[in-house]
Design a protein around this ligand. Structure first.
Ligand code: ZN
Length: 141
């Protein structure tokens, strides 16, 4: 994917983030995530339908990278099973950490495949993904 297309996708998700705005529904799992190295503070809410992620919503104050990454994550993970989501999360983390990863399953999230060149932005890209990872871990307890 070339850099212009990456920028276009990131900008589009920043300007029109998917599922922004929380709803009042306590069937969702809720988590608050903060990135102290940036302005980012994101609230995430996730609804499961059996083994599947039925919905994810968010709100908060966040920079362009964090907002777009959250929106892309939401689009990527809705409809996936917990196992599929864990696999995608795991590969996203590997990509950000410059380890070998499976690009095919990351869908649009590969737009961050060179974010490691801006080390101070890695946490921005990762924040919401860490939140979903934590919710999935909680479910296993
Ligand atoms: Zn940020």
């Amino acid at each position: 994917m070339d850099n212009d297309l990456k920028r276009t996708i990131i900008l589009e998700h920043f300007q029109n983030p998917k599922n922004k705005g929380l709803i009042n529904d306590d069937s969702y799992k809720f988590i608050n995530m903060n990135n102290e190295s940036c302005i980012d503070e994101v609230n995430l809410m996730v609804k499961f339908d059996g083994d599947k992620i039925a919905d994810i919503r968010f709100d908060g104050e966040a920079c362009a990278i964090c907002t777009s990454s959250t929106s892309i994550m939401i689009e990527t993970l809705i409809g996936k099973t917990k196992e599929e989501a864990k696999n995608i999360l795991n590969n996203f983390l590997k990509m950000i950490d410059e380890e070998e990863y499976d690009a095919d399953i990351l869908e649009q999230a590969i737009v961050y495949n060179d974010i490691h060149r801006q080390p101070n932005r890695k946490k921005c890209a990762l924040l919401s993904w860490r939140g979903i990872e934590r919710i999935l871990e909680e479910l296993d307890k």
